[in-house]
Design a protein around this ligand. Structure first.
Ligand SMILES: Cc1cc2nc3c(=O)[nH]c(=O)nc-3n(C[C@H](O)[C@H](O)[C@H](O)COP(=O)(O)O)c2cc1C
Length: 272
């Protein structure tokens, strides 16, 4: 396995393709944002980074409140639409059929169809370059009661939330285990019993058996897209940084349970 050092970029995925709603119920706007997340637990704080050119930037700068709505897979085309059309010339609620409804604590509307809406009040606007970060406190979280059972448990996994990674939208797939399972002997044993995982406790890695088989069998697709990366890797191979990474990966030996997909692509290139 070898890693290639690319220039700095925004390669932290997956992230939520959140629908950020703002304005008022009577005059709402919504935009898609991937640059959002949690920055503190207590008090709960969040952010959304928005380019100054967006209409949402103008609105939230004035009103100082917005809602982070988490969309589901049946909304994916609306999510994309709200990320390519501006409220300057399009009524995105009207075009997508999404419904703006009143929030409980702030003026900005939330989206009825989203199972989770997080109401936010802006604390600070920090300019960083391309984007301004709207640092905000979370003042309320509204969840669709359809997913709450009689005992009060919220079945998040039933909502169909989606993720965004490297230019594509994805469903979330399967539940691989709950928080802390890797150090819980009973839960690990139960998973092993179900033949669900091949647990390498030493490496603290749990690999779904069928995923590994699939990954090993996955054919290499188009080599052309990767040819440039290989070329650049070769060009950099004399550089100290790259040598260092190579040494590092050698030192790790065969610990990694999955073959590197890039290594496969490289071997394809050699054959081609
Ligand atoms: C998946 C996806 C993620 C996006 N993430 C961001 C983001 O984090 N920040 C941002 O400023 N624009 C982001 N955009 C672009 C805006 O959603 C887009 O420019 C939108 O038209 C702005 O709408 P508005 O002018 O009505 O505010 C994203 C677009 C897509 C499709």
């Amino acid at each position: 396995m070898a890693k290639i050092s690319w220039k700095a970029g925004t390669m932290v995925y997956p992230v939520p393709p959140a629908l950020i709603s703002c304005g008022t119920v009577e005059k709402p706007n919504v935009m898609t944002a991937a640059w959002t997340g949690i920055i503190n637990s207590e008090p709960p704080m969040t952010y959304v980074s928005i380019r100054p050119s967006r209409l949402s930037h103008e609105i939230i700068s004035k009103t100082k409140n917005f809602v982070i709505n988490l969309p589901t897979l049946n909304m994916v085309s609306a999510v994309d639409f709200c990320g390519v059309k501006s409220g300057c010339d399009t009524d995105k609620f009207k075009e997508t059929g999404l419904t703006p409804i009143a929030s409980s604590h702030i003026e900005a509307p939330q989206i009825e169809e989203c199972p989770i809406s997080v109401e936010c009040r802006v604390l600070e606007i920090k300019p960083y370059g391309s984007h301004d970060m709207f640092l905000a406190e979370i003042v309320a979280v509204d969840v669709d009661d359809k997913y709450i059972d009689a005992s009060g448990k919220f079945w998040l996994e039933k909502t169909g939330l989606i993720a965004f990674a490297h230019g594509h939208y994805y469903t979330l797939g399967r539940n691989l285990g709950s928080f802390g399972f890797s150090v819980n002997k009973a839960r690990l044993a139960a998973m092993k019993k179900m033949d669900k995982v091949d647990v390498m406790v030493k490496a603290r890695k749990a690999v779904l058996l069928e995923d590994r088989a699939e990954s090993e069998a996955r054919p290499v697709s188009k080599p052309s897209k990767f040819a440039r990366k290989i070329k650049s890797a070769e060009a950099h191979s004399s550089q100290k940084k790259f040598d260092g990474k190579k040494k590092f990966s050698k030192a790790r030996g065969n610990e990694a349970p999955l073959p590197s997909s890039f290594a496969k692509k490289r071997s394809f290139k050699k054959k081609a």
